[in-house]
Ligand binder design. Structure first.
Ligand code: SAM
Ligand code: MG
Length: 214
């Protein structure tokens, strides 16, 4: 019968992950995407870098741009301290529906607010709609031509404070040249590249971690 890749990812989770065990959800998705069907999750290799940034920062407020099936959402949320909150944005309603079930399977629905809609529409409404002051961490992993305009929008909307971290995926593959140019050359950021590989492949890719200096 007909199904979409996100639905097949959800089925893999339901078949092989333990309810309430985020690590088993991550493992089930990686297993499926490495051996059955490639998908655009940050993946296990870059996922370890993501985990270490989250653990080191211990953020109370996190924004994720691009949820897809909720893979990175589960990785991040499972590492957050008790009262922290993660807002994740996804504009594709079919992906959002799958992500909600994946996040719930991991038992993380209490930590995650999944918001359906486009980043450019929601970023200006973050403060009034969700009562956030600033984000400690932003994970950028939506369409690559949106990284730069959305970063400038977050700056304009006062969502970044001195010390906020932007962590951007896929800066090499597919690549985000205008964004990299900006964070590496702007005096408002201190930026660092973490070399790795495109999810489930041997092609070079990496994460760019940029500290907002105010
Ligand atoms: N972060 C996810 C993970 O690692 O598991 C993968 C996210 S996937 C690479 C990118 C997602 O961003 C897609 O599901 C796409 O529909 C969504 N997206 C792209 N542009 C967007 C935008 N401007 N606003 C909201 N969602 C967007
Ligand atoms: Mg990515």
């Amino acid at each position: 019968t007909w199904s979409t890749r996100p639905q097949r990812i959800l089925r893999a989770v339901q078949q092989s992950a333990t309810r309430g065990d985020p690590r088993s959800v991550v493992r089930a998705i990686d297993q499926f995407c490495r051996h059955k069907e490639w998908a655009m999750n940050v993946g296990d290799e870059k996922g370890c870098i993501l985990d270490s940034v989250v653990s080191e920062l211990n953020p109370s407020t996190v924004l994720e741009l691009g949820t897809y099936c909720g893979y990175s959402t589960v990785r991040i949320a499972s590492l957050l301290p008790p009262h922290a909150k993660l807002i994740t944005l996804e504009f594709n309603p079919d992906f959002a529906a799958v992500a909600r079930q994946v996040i719930a399977w991991a038992g993380l629905q209490g930590k995650v607010q999944l918001v359906e809609g486009a980043s450019g529409d929601w970023i200006p409404k973050m403060k009034e709609q969700f009562g956030v002051k600033t984000f400690d961490l932003v994970f950028l992993d939506h369409w690559k031509d949106r990284y730069l305009p959305d970063t400038k929008l977050m700056e304009e909307c006062g969502l970044l404070r001195k010390g906020s971290i932007l962590l951007a995926d896929n800066v090499i593959c597919p690549g985000t040249p205008d964004y990299l140019e900006y964070v590496r050359n702007s005096p408002r950021y201190k930026s660092q590249y973490f070399k790795s590989h495109l999810e489930y492949t041997k092609a070079e890719d990496g994460l760019e971690k940029s500290v907002f200096l105010g």
